[in-house]
Design a protein around this ligand. Sequence first.
Ligand SMILES: Cc1cc2nc3c(=O)[nH]c(=O)nc-3n(C[C@H](O)[C@H](O)[C@H](O)COP(=O)(O)OP(=O)(O)OC[C@H]3O[C@@H](n4cnc5c(N)ncnc54)[C@H](O)[C@@H]3O)c2cc1C
Length: 485
Amino acid sequence: MSLPSLSKKDQINIVGAGIFGLSTALHLARRGYKYVTVFDKQPYDTTLYSYFKGCDGASADINKIIRSAYGSQTEYQQLSTEAIASWKQWNSDLENGFDLPEGMSRADRVFIQCGSLSLTDGDELPEFEKATIKNMEDAGHKDTQLITTNQEHQTIAQARGMGSAMDPFLREKRGKSNVGVLDATGGVAIADKACRVALQKARNLGARFVFDPSAGAFDRFMTTSGGDVIGIQTKDGKRHPARLTIMACGGWTPSLLPELDGLCEATAGSVIIYKIPRASSLWERFSPERFPTWLWKVRDGAEGGLYGFPRDENGYLKIGYRGTKYTNPERQEDGIERSVPITRWTEDHQLRKIPSQAMKVLRRFIAEYMPELEDEGLEIETTRVCWYTDSFDNHFVIDHVPEKRGLFVATGGSGHAFKYLPNIGNWVVDAIEGIGQERAAIQAWRWRDLGDQKAFNVLMEGTKGARALGNVSLIDEHEETRAKL
Ligand SMILES: Cc1cc2nc3c(=O)[nH]c(=O)nc-3n(C[C@H](O)[C@H](O)[C@H](O)COP(=O)(O)OP(=O)(O)OC[C@H]3O[C@@H](n4cnc5c(N)ncnc54)[C@H](O)[C@@H]3O)c2cc1C
């Protein structure tokens, strides 16, 4: 239900300071909205978007993949092109000392263009990759999608200093197949630092942030008798009236906003992290100068779905599994089961393990593609589950909430929204203001029903579902080590 005549002087509340909340605050402030307040239960000014310091939102991470490769989904391809230009601008802002967050320096970067490699174990490129190559060429980005087995492309990659990124797992040297495409426009976002930069930029433009487990935590909506939303109440009991409230709580959104039933669900991805010692020869080998972000059989179900990164500045080498997305269904007050995030840092119950299936696929891959980790005696340093907000069709959800005047939602990242931190907020503000509604992306992100479509992500299977964490065996790095002894 759209909001007529929102004025630049109206109060706007945003709940959640992940990438959707941050980017929306930044772009609202850029467009001249004077009273934008973002609430988050995380004390991000002290935890600095670091998972290791207690942050458990999807955006609070060491790194994320940036890619233009989107197969036939050209609306996201275009969005990536726009985002990558902004990522480069943010790097240059840092270099010039603009919007520099406290504790970061001019030498910091938020985007490293080390390439993003998509690999298959088959003999032929999957249709998705073929579509990407065509659509990037059609959009004028020739020679950005480099086929690993094509000699001409290998030469182009060499000339761009990306030669080693074409075969980062040394497959050819090992006499193994290496079929894939390097998206040379892509690379890695330094996620925690990027969130800090976005925060600084939004603050510099006048947006306010309330980061506190009580004063920043959403408790309930303030509503009129007719059901319009006229603000929020936070956990400390304070009321915050607003003309517009935007819910951007990532994996927590579906349980805070039951209207999303059937449209979005919180699901967990599994992550393992190694630590490469600075003295190890692997420090250079897995550096972003030599090693790309990568995806392996990412659309191939439970036995595939891996992705990974070069090591970061502290030596952390992260590898993730999304072949199965797990759920944590809990019965809520209205009697309906909804999946809610559970992490190492949640208050009541914590989860320090990952599903054994994830560990099995990760181990198998490492033995075959990265044997040097085990050869050097490196153990997994830590494991993490990280919560996606999946929509049934994998598109974001950016729209006014039907029948709730004054309420808007920006969520449904579906595992691929981080790369749009610099620009997604601009689109959110367009959707709020009703600008360019005919564009394919805005249409895709509208409030919607599954109807007769086949779901890309099957949602709300509940406690009986095979992907519910209560129904799967779990393992952590210590148990694994003990099992091997
Ligand atoms: C394992 C994993 C890997 C991913 N990899 C990539 C990738 O490589 N590339 C990519 O582009 N994308 C990736 N994504 C997707 C991307 O991280 C997400 O789409 C994006 O970060 C979601 O941002 P968000 O703002 O919706 O949610 P979040 O980052 O989760 O932020 C939600 C915020 O809401 C706050 N909140 C929750 N409840 C309340 C409350 N009651 N009151 C106040 N605040 C509250 C939380 O504290 C949090 O700060 C990945 C996601 C996961 C889970």
